[in-house]
Design a protein around this ligand. Structure first.
Ligand code: ADP
Ligand code: MG
Length: 252
């Protein structure tokens, strides 16, 4: 196997401006098989914008995104999902008036281009598969609850299930633990890491809790003012003087 054959995603020179303000500035990095890559940085550093460029919600001004060696820079999100990007967003995006099971059924159908009638509720479509996905994240017992009635933590977990239902070959998770308490966040990341390990899924995640980042990441990228400050192993990042200054203060 050559080094490049393990490259899952390659971002090259990604720049995105909003009215002259550069949210990301010449961002380049690679994701390889087996990576659990954390992207960290202060609020406004450009993390969500970078995720949007990777998932296709936004198009870069310059730069390219390759997925498994194929350019996807200008493909819409659903085509990237079909090519193996599973994602979840910083703000919860489950369909609250549909059951947990239906949310996963929709994810399954999107990835296989089946159409879903939002009003019709094709109740039995791929039900067993959807239940199996819910089981992976521990939500099978709550499959009949409306997503909006689930606890906040369960809603975030449901989002993970929806991301998994699209049969991803790479998971991109923008603050999967946003709004959770410390212990709940740790359990959520632990679940994600276990599933990723079992299914050989590389993951890229944004997380604010540094203890969690340094216990779950195999690699860390620090973004500051839209630029990559450092891309290295957690222990190296943790002891880097520039990172301490730019981001952590003196307290790590
Ligand atoms: P992070 O996720 O690291 O907190 P974001 O990517 O959300 O950062 O934002 C980076 C910067 O880009 C912020 O200053 C934000 O205000 C700005 N920004 C993000 N999206 C837009 C937009 N659609 N229009 C204008 N400015 C934006
Ligand atoms: Mg963000």
């Amino acid at each position: 196997m050559t080094a490049s054959s393990s490259t899952v995603l390659k971002a090259s020179g990604l720049t995105k401006s909003f009215g002259g303000f550069m949210a990301t500035n010449d961002v380049s990095f690679e994701v390889h098989a087996g990576d659990a890559l954390a992207i960290i940085g202060p609020n406004g550093a450009g993390k969500s914008t970078l995720f949007d460029l990777l998932t296709g919600r936004k198009t870069p001004d310059t730069g390219t995104v390759e997925l498994f060696g194929e350019p996807v820079t200008h493909l819409p999100p659903w085509q990237r999902v079909k090519r193996g990007i599973g994602r979840s967003f910083q703000v919860s995006s489950v369909f609250r008036s549909y059951t947990a099971l239906e949310n996963v059924q929709m994810g399954l159908m999107v990835s296989s281009s089946q159409s879903w009638n939002l009003l019709g509720r094709a109740a039995n479509t791929r039900r067993d598969e959807a239940l199996a996905v819910l089981d992976k994240v521990g939500l099978a017992p709550k499959h009949d609850m409306l997503a909006g009635e689930l606890s906040y933590g369960d809603q975030r977990t449901l989002e993970l299930a929806v991301a998994l239902s699209t049969q991803p070959r790479l998971l991109l998770l923008d603050e999967p633990t946003a709004g959770m308490g410390g212990e709940e966040s740790r359990e959520c990341l632990s679940l994600i890491r276990n599933i990723a390990a079992k299914e050989h899924l590389p993951i890229v995640f944004v997380e604010h809790d540094m203890d969690i980042v340094f216990s779950f990441a195999s690699r860390v990228i620090v973004l500051v003012a839209g630029q990559v400050l450092i891309d290295d192993q957690p222990s190296v990042v943790r002891s880097d003087e520039r990172v301490k200054e730019a981001y952590f203060g003196e307290d790590i």
